[in-house]
Design a protein around this ligand. Structure first.
Ligand SMILES: Nc1ncnc2c1ncn2[C@@H]1O[C@H](COP(=O)(O)OP(=O)(O)OP(=O)(O)O)[C@@H](O)[C@H]1O
Length: 271
C-alpha cells in the first residue's frame, strides 16, 4: 500500500501540489489527469523523491519514504521504476544495453563506463533483459542503437529497463504525450501488461480522459495542484468534468493535446 498524507510542494510562489492525500493498494493502475501545470509531474516525482515534498508524508507498506536517506533512498528508487515522456534512453547505445542499465542499482561497487559495462553483466541478466524485450516484441531490435527506434518502441524499451529494477511501483510521467495514437496504444498496452501480469502498481500521468477510462480502474483529476476527483473513471461524468475544468470532455482533450502539440508532431515525423 502506498499512502500519501497531505502532500504539498511549493516552488517559490507557485503551489505546484496542495494537500494531496490518497491510498493506493498494491496492484492498482491509476491514471492521473489534468491540464498542463496541474501538478501531475510534481505529484509523481515526489513519490520517488526526485522532488522533495514541502509538507506531508509518503508511506509505503508502513515505511516512511519521506524520511529515507542514502542507500535506503536508493533502494526505494529502485523499487519505483520511472518512465518519462522523452524515454531517457542512452541514444548511442544499443537497446539491450539500455535495458541492462535498469539492473545497475542491483550491483554494488564502481560502475565503469556504460559501454564497457555490457560484458560485465552476467548471462542471466542478459537473458532477463532479452526476455523483457521479447515480451514487448522488441527482441529483434536488441542490438540496434536506441536512436534508430520509433518513439513507441523507445518507450517500451524504457518500460523493459524499468522492469529490470524489479519494481513494486511504476511511475509513468506522461508516457504517451509525445506519441502518435498507434504508438501510444502499444505503450499503454505494455503498461497494462506489467500491471496485470506482474502485479506492479502503475501510476500514470495522462492528458486524455478516454485513455484513463480505457486503461485505469481509478482516476485522479488534478487542477491547480489540488486533487479534485478520486474514483472510478465512470464517476468522472461530463457534469463533474465541467465542474472541475469548466469545459466539456472534448474541449479538455483538445486543450491537453494542444499543450503538447509540438512534441507530438516532432515525434510523429521522426517515427
Ligand atoms: N522545478 C520547478 N521549479 C519551478 N516551478 C516548477 C518546477 N516544477 C514544476 N513547477 C511549477 O509547478 C506547477 C505544476 O507543474 P507540473 O509539472 O507538476 O504540472 P503538470 O500537470 O505535470 O504539467 P504538464 O502536463 O505540463 O507536465 C507549474 O506551475 C510549474 O510551472
Amino acid at each position: 500500500m502506498l499512502e500519501l498524507q497531505n502532500i504539498s510542494r511549493r516552488f517559490g510562489a507557485t503551489q505546484a501540489v496542495s494537500g494531496v492525500s490518497l491510498k493506493v493498494p498494491a496492484g492498482q493502475m491509476v491514471g492521473v489527469i489534468g491540464r498542463s501545470g496541474a501538478g501531475k509531474s510534481t505529484l509523481l516525482r515526489m513519490i520517488n523523491r526526485l522532488t522533495e515534498p514541502s509538507e506531508g508524508r509518503i508511506l509505503h507498506d508502513g515505511v516512511d519514504v519521506t524520511a529515507l536517506r542514502g542507500q535506503s533512498l536508493r533502494d526505494w528508487r529502485t523499487r519505483c521504476g520511472m518512465i518519462f515522456q522523452q524515454f531517457n534512453l542512452v541514444q548511442r547505445l544499443d537497446v539491450l544495453t539500455n535495458v541492462l542499465v535498469g539492473r545497475l542499482n542491483h550491483r554494488p561497487g564502481p560502475l565503469g563506463t556504460l559501454a564497457s559495462l555490457f560484458k560485465s553483466f552476467p548471462a542471466e541478466e542478459r537473458a532477463m533483459a532479452l526476455m523483457a524485450l521479447d515480451r514487448f516484441d522488441l527482441a529483434d531490435q536488441a542490438l540496434q542503437r536506441a536512436d534508430t527506434l520509433s518513439g513507441g518502441q523507445q518507450q517500451r524499451v524504457a518500460i523493459a529497463r524499468a522492469l529490470m529494477q524489479e519494481p513494486r511501483i511504476i511511475l509513468a510521467d506522461e508516457p504517451i504525450a509525445s506519441l502518435d495514437p498507434r504508438n501510444a496504444r502499444t505503450v499503454m498496452d505494455a503498461l497494462r501488461d506489467v500491471n496485470r501480469r506482474d502485479g506492479i502498481t502503475v501510476l500514470c500521468n495522462l492528458h486524455h480522459l478516454d485513455t484513463a477510462r480505457e486503461y485505469c480502474t481509478r482516476v485522479i483529476a488534478m487542477q491547480g495542484g489540488r486533487m479534485m476527483f478520486d474514483g472510478p473513471p465512470e464517476g468522472l461524468t461530463a457534469a463533474r468534468l465541467r465542474e472541475i475544468y469548466g469545459v466539456s470532455e472534448a474541449e479538455f482533450n483538445e486543450q491537453s493535446a494542444m499543450a503538447h502539440a509540438p512534441r507530438a508532431a516532432a515525434e510523429a515525423s521522426a517515427a
